[in-house]
Design a protein around this ligand. Structure first.
Ligand code: NAP
Length: 214
């Protein structure tokens, strides 16, 4: 049993990870600015803002694993990378591994090929900033983190998100930085969470990008 802190634990990806980890008996803390109407039993919900470093630091020090399920939208859009750089520093200081929910656009369609993010022209322009901020974590910020920090960046399949929830199939495929389905593919939040918590429990990956598809 691990103490798992999920930053953004009430969001689309975060709440599924919280539910899966709690169902497996982990001691889960879900941090967000507001408390959800529907709560999962045995989960500790904490109201807080990740831009509050003192609060963040105390929460990270109280954990065995930190999960980042924040999104570069709204108030966080302009400080998203800065917040995660702080999280990296705090996790490193506390000696706890960091598992980040990533995006599909930072994956590659084939080994050695350019990442999807290199050409976003087929995607709506209003998504470009969010996609680029997410991709910058794996392209720049995580590789620049101190070598002592263990991190895993977990990209979902392209069709993932609140607008296309899908059903729990109870299975997933795990790949590296090459998309398991180069045509895009889909994964539901429960199946993504299944793979995500398996990654946490196995603890075999270190400083790498992986992806989960169905
Ligand atoms: N196919 C894809 O590649 C794909 C699709 C969807 C998402 N994603 C990625 O997955 C990640 C998570 O996205 P999501 O859709 O799950 O996000 P989401 O549903 O918007 O959830 C964001 C979470 O962060 C919390 N939050 C926001 N600002 C906060 C703050 N200042 N302090 C503390 N908590 C805060 C929110 O709760 P409060 O608002 O109550 O604070 C919520 O719990 C993102 O990086 C996103 O880009 C990728």
């Amino acid at each position: 049993m691990s103490r798992i802190l999920v930053l953004g634990g009430t969001g689309y990806a975060g709440s599924a990870i919280v539910a899966e980890a709690a169902a497996r008996g982990h001691q889960v803390t879900a941090l967000s600015r507001s408390l959800p109407e529907k709560r999962i039993s045995r989960v500790r919900y904490v109201e807080g803002d990740v831009t509050d470093e003192a609060m963040l630091s105390a929460s990270v020090r109280d954990s065995d694993v930190v999960v980042g399920a924040l999104a570069p939208r709204g108030q966080l859009a302009s400080v998203f990378r800065e917040v995660y750089r702080t999280v990296m520093r705090l996790a490193d200081a506390a000696g706890v591994p960091l598992f980040l929910v990533g995006g599909a656009s930072s994956l590659r369609p084939a080994p050695g090929a350019e990442r999807f993010v290199a050409d976003l022209s087929h995607l709506p322009a209003e998504l470009h900033d969010e996609i680029r901020a997410g991709a910058a974590l794996i392209l720049e910020d995580l590789p620049a983190a101190p070598a002592s920090l263990d991190w895993v960046f977990v990209s979902p399949a392209l069709r993932f998100g609140a607008r296309m929830p899908g059903e729990r199939l109870g299975r997933y495929r795990l790949g590296g930085d090459v998309a398991v389905d180069p045509e895009g593919g889909a994964i539901s939040a429960p199946d993504y969470a299944l793979g995500f918590v398996d990654l946490i429990e196995k603890g075999e990956r270190r400083r790498e990008q992986v992806n989960l598809g169905n």
